[in-house]
Ligand binder design. Structure first.
Ligand SMILES: O=C(O)C[C@@H](Cc1ccccc1)[C@H](O)SCc1ccccc1
Ligand SMILES: [Zn+2]
Length: 156
């Protein structure tokens, strides 16, 4: 399975608002496979389509324990299509984040402690639910990518 180069700071694709996914066909499936392979190769816990130059609203959330977040849950990587934030907790929490598109930077970012989110899977089935902890943080980080926002525009 192919991997793709990761766009880094300065690449215009990172600053565009990505377009909703409307066709749930096997090219979407192939895109998600390329996204997954690229994230795994880069040892990420998430990745958004614009980071491989595709301005479409889908990303992957793949929390796993890591040195910075040792108690992060280990989860099956989740492909989220047309994700949206329905509501966020009034409590915010700041924590250091990295970004595959902002190499070498670790910045403290404030995020909702939990979020109510909705999304679709690769077949177009709709889901909604509450995400919290590190998974909520990854979701918010990746959703920013779909709206053309990187860490550098978020730093508090
Ligand atoms: O650039 C990305 O979207 C991948 C981000 C995901 C992330 C979201 C929230 C908090 C930290 C990272 C990472 O750069 S993936 C690399 C990584 C892995 C484990 C912990 C921190 C950073
Ligand atoms: Zn990022």
């Amino acid at each position: 399975i192919q991997t793709a180069p990761i766009a880094i700071t300065g690449d215009p694709v990172l600053y565009q608002k990505a377009a909703p996914v409307t066709v749930f066909d096997d090219s979407l499936e192939r895109l998600s496979q390329t996204l997954m392979a690229t994230m795994l190769q880069a040892k990420g816990v998430g990745i958004a389509a614009p980071q491989i130059g595709v301005s479409q609203r889908l990303f992957i959330v793949a929390s796993r324990p890591n040195e910075r977040y040792p108690d992060a849950p280990l989860m099956e990587p989740m492909v989220m299509v047309n994700p949206a934030l329905l509501s966020g907790s009034s409590e915010w929490e700041s924590s250091e984040e990295g970004c595959l598109s902002v190499p070498g930077k670790r910045l403290s970012i404030a995020r909702h402690r939990w979020v109510e989110a909705k999304w679709q899977d690769l077949q177009g089935n709709a889901y909604s639910g509450r995400l919290d902890g590190f998974i909520a943080r990854i979701f918010q980080h990746e959703l920013d990518h779909l709206d053309g926002i990187t860490l550098l525009e978020r730093v508090t």
